[in-house]
Design a binder for this molecule. Structure first.
Ligand SMILES: Nc1ncnc2c1ncn2[C@@H]1O[C@H](COP(=O)(O)OP(=O)(O)OP(=O)(O)O)[C@@H](O)[C@H]1O
Length: 684
């Protein structure tokens, strides 16, 4: 038989003892004591910004107290249900999937999940369960959020303004449910609310002001003690009185009963501790949820799967190709250019000098390389160059061919005034260099034709150098030389953007912290993303490789070095992934993080030699370039594919080792952030 003394003993599920918490100089909790009896509803009231949410988060252990202690009777997070003030819901899931996700995190069976979804649909008047969260009204989303909190039937329920935005009828229904939970299941509920009158239904209310509870008691006692007719007016009186007295004291809810402090099995720091533990089932649940949301985000899918195709297409078509669309202005005083088309060198030009027009030969050859614009008025040449797209102006004097032959026959008496003049625009060094090479080649070509026409050895004019390729594949364009750098750029960039955007979005939307309240560890979040990333990485590697080497036929030497090539790509992908995770962890703004990562990748690509050879950089910059993962891997991948380097080459082994070291270092940083910087994964 229970004695009267035992009957008076109150057991507490939550005890806050002399708690202090400051943000900088702002003291938010200032020596607060609070006792929440088991199997009761505790209404925590107070003006906006007084620290109610902070106190709840300290109770849950997501924020650490500066001093004081919080004792919770519950054993683990699975015994607690927390509804944050923000919704923290994933818009790309529907109601059923959302509830099932949290049910699965709490390791509920499929059958229980289905039954519980039906129950909560009735209790919370949820709309059609297939409706996506992003299509719900504010009040409907809040009910789903409450549903998540109650889903696993926790012993202690902590609710931060659960009834905001709900109509009075629904609020009433929900309070009836709270009372039922307390009576039937002995659930303990702590609830903050702005609707003071609904707190009348609580077993105990506490009024928080200036970091302490200024009043705590049964609602009807507080009303009676303050000679008021409602809880709201009673609290107003208390606030005025406190302002006058400037007195802060804390009286306990049940003063005439003996208080037994429940043994502190878990304090706030242990309940939601940073953990590197991993549970395979939870990782599977996280993977399922992330894959589901990814496949519903078309912009994300486009970035992950279509953008690599577009990028490779752009690289293969827009870099290192022949520049065919350049224009040259010319004036030919020797012959009208329209007559040139009929003009061919006929017989040996030295025997038939007067009929030959060498300018035609030169212009016809240039016409196969450039767009030629015939200018009749030489005086406007300056204007032509400034106002048009012509990169040069070429002028042939009247007696050009005669003098040209003289150049061969009688070099001493050659009239220098009669040579072709070329006026260059020098705003683009690439164009200028190209034109100079083309002019030299053209003149050589014409000279060879002339010598051929007279049955003379054309090699008489060429320089005495013999060129032979001794190693490496025969590259045809600049793209061939740097294609591996571009491929590896994408292999770094896409996993980086993948891990950054998913982690940061889930962090900023509170989905990570909400999942953590359901037992998920950050290590599990990272591992689930790592698994998905590896599948995506296979596609992101295969797409550019197939396009570059199969579709566009870029040169490649097939050796066993290609295995090292693949290993390097995978290691670069992992580096990008870890880099994205770390960036997401230390960033507090999604846009800033994306800009920073894009900017970093751009610099890295430039330093790695994507635009210009690294050998042209000054020594210190070269040293920095050699530290970039894209350079470490890309350079060796180029050597494997173009020079046939294999596993046996020490540089190949060295670069694989360097990339391994990179991955170990970055994963170590991730480990430290997971283990010791829990706050960094949660939106402040
Ligand atoms: N991470 C933080 N850094 C600095 N100050 C913070 C942080 N979080 C909260 N605060 C400050 O602490 C105070 C208490 O905030 P809290 O959210 O706990 O108030 P509240 O009582 O729940 O308010 P409301 O009823 O409007 O939700 C506020 O002044 C807020 O600006």
């Amino acid at each position: 038989m229970i004695s009267e003394e035992e009957n008076n003993i109150v057991h507490y599920d939550v005890k806050v003892i002399n708690a202090y918490k400051s943000y900088g100089v702002n003291k938010i909790i200032n020596g607060l004591n609070m006792n929440v009896a088991s199997g009761s509803i505790y209404g925590l009231l107070g003006p906006s910004g007084c620290g109610k949410s902070t106190l709840l988060q300290c109770i849950l252990g997501s924020i650490a107290l500066d001093s004081g202690s919080i004792n919770l009777k519950v054993q683990s997070l699975s015994d607690v249900g927390y509804m944050p003030q923000d919704l923290c819901l994933d818009g790309k899931l529907n109601i059923k999937e959302t509830l099932a996700y949290y049910g699965a995190l709490h390791k509920m069976s499929e059958k229980n999940i289905v039954t519980r979804i039906k129950e909560l649909k009735n209790i919370l008047s949820l709309p059609d369960l297939d409706t996506y969260i992003e299509n719900l009204s504010g009040g409907q989303s809040r009910r789903v959020s409450l549903g998540i909190t109650l889903f696993h039937d926790p012993e202690v329920v902590i609710l931060d303004e659960p009834t905001v935005g709900l109509d009075s009828l629904l609020r009433e229904q929900i309070w009836v449910e709270f009372r039922k939970m307390v009576e039937q299941h002995k659930t303990t509920i702590i609830i903050t609310t702005h609707y003071i009158e609904e707190a009348n239904q609580a077993n105990c209310v506490g009024l928080m002001r200036n970091g302490v509870l200024v009043e705590e008691g049964l609602p009807r006692d507080i009303i009676a003690n303050n000679h008021s007719n409602s809880l709201e007016s009673a609290f107003l009186k208390i606030c005025y009185k406190r302002q006058e007295d400037n007195l802060i004291h804390n009286e306990h809810c049940v003063q005439n009963r003996e208080v037994i402090t429940t043994e502190a099995k878990h304090n706030n720091n242990k309940l939601m501790k940073s953990s590197t533990n991993m549970d395979l089932d939870r990782i599977k649940v996280l993977i399922k949820k992330n894959v589901r949301t990814m496949f519903r985000d078309y912009a994300f899918l486009f970035t992950m799967l279509i953008l690599p195709i577009i990028q490779t297409f752009a690289i293969c078509n827009a870099i290192g190709t022949n520049i065919n669309d350049l224009a040259i202005a010319f004036q030919n005083d020797e012959i009208d250019f329209s007559d040139c088309r009929r003009n061919n060198i006929d017989g040996c030009v030295f025997n038939n000098k007067n009929n030959q027009t060498i300018s035609c030969d030169i212009l016809n050859h240039l016409a196969s390389l450039y767009t030629l614009n015939d200018m009749k008025d030489r005086n406007i040449d300056e204007l032509i160059l400034k106002k048009s797209n012509n990169i040069a102006f070429i002028h042939f004097p009247k007696n050009y061919s005669i003098q040209f032959f003289k150049f061969f026959d009688d070099h001493e008496n050659y009239n220098i005034e009669s040579q072709v003049s070329v006026n260059l625009t020098k705003y683009n060094s690439l164009y200028t260099n190209r034109l100079l090479i083309d002019l030299t080649n053209t003149m050589n070509h014409v000279a060879e034709n002339i010598l051929n026409s007279c049955s003379k050895n054309p090699r008489a004019l060429s320089i005495p150098v013999k060129l032979t390729v001794v190693s490496g594949v025969d590259v045809k364009s600049y793209t061939d030389c740097i294609i591996s750098i571009f491929i590896v750029m994408g292999t770094f960039y896409f996993p980086c953007i993948f891990s950054l955007t998913i982690t940061l979005t889930d962090k900023m939307e509170g989905i990570i912290s909400r999942s953590m309240f359901s037992g998920v560890t950050i290590a599990e979040v990272v591992m689930s993303l790592f698994c998905i990333m590896n599948v995506l990485l296979i596609l992101q590697m295969a797409i550019p490789l197939f396009m570059a080497y199969v579709l566009y036929g870029r040169p490649i030497i097939i050796t066993n070095g290609l295995v090292a090539y693949t290993v390097l790509m995978i290691l670069v992908g992992w580096t990008g992934f870890f880099f994205g995770i770390i960036s997401a962890c230390i960033s507090s703004s999604t846009l800033a993080a994306i800009y920073a990562v894009n900017g970093f990748n751009f610099c890295q690509a430039i330093l790695a030699g994507a635009a210009w050879p690294v050998e042209g950089q000054f020594p210190l910059l070269q040293f920095v370039s050699e530290l970039c993962p894209i350079r470490i891997a890309g350079n060796i991948m180029n050597n494997i594919s173009l020079r046939g380097w294999t596993w046996e080459h020490p540089m190949v082994v060295a670069s694989i080792l360097k990339m391994l070291i990179y991955n170990v270092m970055l994963s170590l940083i991730v480990f430290i952030l997971v283990k010791f910087k829990k706050d960094a994964w949660i939106k402040k």
